[in-house]
Design a protein around this ligand. Structure first.
Ligand code: ADP
Ligand code: MG
Length: 267
């Protein structure tokens, strides 16, 4: 499914309320892969666990005095702030706004806030002029932070682990995306469903792929490429680098490169 023509920046939310499906690893390799194609990329860590921040070399995100939570608090409190503050540069050419444990406190305090679903959007609208892509790594829930990420996105990329029956969780996610689209963000589209951790030696993985394709491909783009199960891909978080540097000739690097092509073709 092609997206509408777009000028300037595209904001992609990487979301699935299930943990451990490859959201963070996909964000790292998607963001850095786009940067390697010459795109200006901002990555935003919207998970209180700070996994994206750690994966991009921020050793102890919880010790940061300024992060995504600070940015969102500034907006909630109507305080003027420098939108570039808190952004760190990764040596592979992407910018990162780190996230940390303060996001869980923030998520709770959002409950009483006016326009609580669109706080992040206010930030995105101010930084998007500086970037070609903004990639948001979501937390494993459909709570207020994820709603904020969906409410400010142009598209949502859904990693699905090909190792269990994902259909039920996917339906819930797709329903939430539909609700956000109707009520908060009419321009939101599906970037695509990405099968991750695919072990092609098993028939089970093939069954799941066929199931996802059969159930969704008429209404939602399912990426042609599948991300293979790869120990090297699992190791990148500890390395602080992308798969393109850590294991450039491996099958995961090849798959993520193919994903970049598909995403750039989506427009
Ligand atoms: P999420 O962000 O959805 O919780 P992660 O990206 O953190 O998922 O991945 C979950 C776990 O699986 C991590 O330990 C990660 O290193 C590992 N992993 C991610 N992608 C792959 C892959 N292609 N093959 C094998 N392990 C992977
Ligand atoms: Mg994660």
């Amino acid at each position: 499914m092609m997206n509408t023509v777009r000028c300037g920046c595209k904001v992609i939310s990487v979301s699935n309320q299930k943990g451990g499906v490859g959201k963070t690893v996909t964000c790292v390799n998607l963001g850095i892969g786009l940067a390697r194609e010459g795109k200006k990329v901002l990555m935003i860590d919207a998970d209180p666990q700070g996994s994206l921040s750690i994966s991009l070399g921020v050793q102890e995100p919880d010790k940061l005095s300024y992060s995504l939570a600070t940015v969102m608090l500034n907006i909630i409190n109507d305080e003027a702030f420098d939108v570039r503050k808190g952004i760190v540069q990764h040596e592979e050419g992407v910018d990162l706004l780190p996230g940390n444990i303060e996001l869980s406190g923030l998520e709770i305090s959002l409950i009483g806030v006016i326009s609580r679903e669109t706080i992040l959007r206010e930030y995105i609208e101010q930084v998007r002029e500086f970037y070609d892509y903004i990639i948001i790594d979501c937390m494993p829930s459909l709570g207020m932070l994820t709603i904020n990420a969906l409410a400010c996105a142009d598209s949502v990329l859904i990693p699905v682990q090909a190792a269990y029956l994902p259909v039920k969780g996917l339906q819930q996610l797709i329903k939430t995306i539909g609700r956000v689209k109707r009520q908060l963000n009419p321009k939101l589209s599906f970037e695509g469903i990405l099968l991750t951790m695919v072990d092609n030696r098993t028939n089970y993985a093939k069954d799941i792929a066929a199931l996802v394709y059969g159930a969704y491909s008429t209404s939602i783009n399912v990426f042609d490429v599948e991300i293979p199960m790869s120990v090297r891909a699992a190791e990148i978080s500890a390395e602080g680098s992308s798969i393109y540097v850590y294991d450039p000739k491996g099958k995961a690097a090849c798959a993520y490169s193919a994903l970049i092509k598909e995403v750039m073709n989506n427009g």
